[in-house]
Design a protein around this ligand. Structure first.
Ligand SMILES: [Zn+2]
Length: 447
């Protein structure tokens, strides 16, 4: 079980070892210079799905996702708006978490900020300079990729082609055009930190190595991110671990990108919709469904048509649950294991949702045939599947007067006034609501 496609090996691998109870994953997080867009949403959903799935399978997941809060784009934005880079970074970090909370993304176990890991990064860079794999030139400290065995080995590109492509922007002093900055020197007036090489800022590729190894240890289970991070970001993370003589992640996993109107979505093209805007317009459940119906590695065309189709699909599910009046049974759970097995297979969500919609069709047919027990069992499965992938059941909108009656009945029960309690239940029935007492308190549904 739990097979995923490993980017570095170019093949499917077993993700969880026999008897493995704990799983450690590192996923590259946002640069907090702007609002999250639909591409960020997909990254968040894909690794949230992996995490929820493993947890449902009984594996404890430790997840680290960093916050890149030192970056040229943050500094530029701060200059333009007359604020400090820290103020800008904290504002967009808070927005990131509140938007992801709305999308029902589980918060990472650890969310380290780059600015809080500067000493560890400097320590790593010093080690690379000491062992001869990094060198200082006039504008910073660089890693010499010639010292990295097999580079580039994650992206498995042709090194000569890479070199040919890189020559345009080569600095005269760099030993190879592919060498990348570990520490960028800056003038004393600029935002930065002190280091043995002078005032400056760390290169982006260094923070993830320091944080992943620092928080999860060598040989952690999985490193993830969007496919656009394979090269150069992840390639260069791995290169640093290699010259430090550290075992890096066991496996690499990358999600496909979001396209709008057939083009890769990026800020430079400008065809972006903010994630918060999509949440305002469609709500979290249709949005999650729209993301999850595509297999995570394929590109995802996102836009109004896809989101409206997801709304309609969710309506079919919710209609069915309403037809059984929320009376779902969790006992039998037909098709549930089939659904989970599809997710074990490289998170095959298209197959998983086909199984879910088949359960909805079968459940509706059972109601039509008067087989209510079968319908309730299938409704229980559908509820379980929705919960498995973080979509959940529709929350019934309860009008204030109904909620007040339910509260009044609870007070009556508490004072052992069962006559009043029964009368209120009857009144709720007249108003079109069914009230059931459960272990977790009263549950109200539409009659
Ligand atoms: Zn990273």
């Amino acid at each position: 079980m739990n097979v995923v496609y490993d980017t570095a090996l170019g093949e499917r691998v077993q993700l969880i070892g026999p008897k493995q109870g704990r799983f450690t994953m590192y996923v590259c997080g946002p640069t907090v210079d702007n609002s999250a867009h639909l591409g960020h949403g997909r990254l968040a959903i894909v690794f949230d799905l992996l995490r929820r799935h493993l947890e449902k399978r009984g594996v404890e997941v430790v997840m680290v996702q960093n916050i890149t809060d030192v970056d040229d784009k943050i500094i530029d934005r701060a200059k333009r708006s007359g604020r400090t880079p820290m103020e800008v970074a904290r504002e967009f970090e808070a927005a990131w978490f509140s938007t992801l909370d709305r999308l029902r993304i589980l918060r990472p176990t650890h969310s380290p900020r780059a600015t809080e890991w500067i000493p560890q990064m400097i320590g790593m860079i010093a080690e690379m300079v000491d062992n001869g794999s990094a060198y200082r030139i006039s504008d910073g400290v660089y890693l010499s990729v010639d010292r990295v065995e097999g580079y580039p080995r994650l992206s498995r590109q042709d090194r000569d082609e890479l070199l040919a492509g890189a020559r345009v922007e080569v600095s005269e002093e760099k030993r190879s055009p592919l060498d990348f900055a570990l520490w960028k020197l800056a003038s004393a007036q600029e935002y930065g930190f002190d280091s043995p090489w002078g005032w400056g800022r760390p290169g982006w590729h260094t923070e993830c190595v320091a944080m992943s190894l620092g928080l999860l240890g060598e040989g952690f289970d999985l490193h993830g991110g969007g496919m656009d991070l394979v090269f150069p970001h992840h390639e260069n993370e791995w290169a640093q671990a290699a010259v430090l003589g550290k075992r890096f992640c066991r496996h690499w996993m990358h999600n496909g990108l979001v396209e709008m109107a057939g083009e890769k979505m990026s800020k430079s093209i400008g065809n972006t919709m903010s994630l918060a805007e999509a949440l305002d317009r469609y709500g979290p459940r249709p949005l999650r469904l729209a993301y999850l119906r595509a297999q995570y590695r394929s590109p995802l065309e996102m836009g109004e048509a896809v989101l409206e189709e997801a709304e309609r699909a969710l309506e079919r599910i919710d209609d069915f649950i309403r037809r059984v009046q929320g009376a779902v049974s969790a006992a039998a759970a037909p098709k549930m294991e089939e659904f989970a097995a599809a997710l074990d297979d490289d998170l095959d969500t298209p197959r998983a949702f086909a199984i879910l919609f088949e359960a909805v069709r079968a459940g509706n047919a059972a109601i039509d045939a008067g087989q209510l027990d079968a319908a309730r069992a299938l409704a229980g499965s559908v509820a379980g599947m929705l919960d498995w992938v973080g979509i959940g059941l529709e929350r019934l909108e309860i009008p204030g007067e109904i909620a007040e009656l339910v509260a009044e009945r609870e007070r009556a029960k508490a004072s052992r006034d069962y006559v009043s309690a029964d009368r209120i239940r009857e009144r709720l029935g007249e108003l079109g609501y069914v009230l059931k007492d459960t272990r977790d308190g009263p549950v109200i549904s539409r009659a």
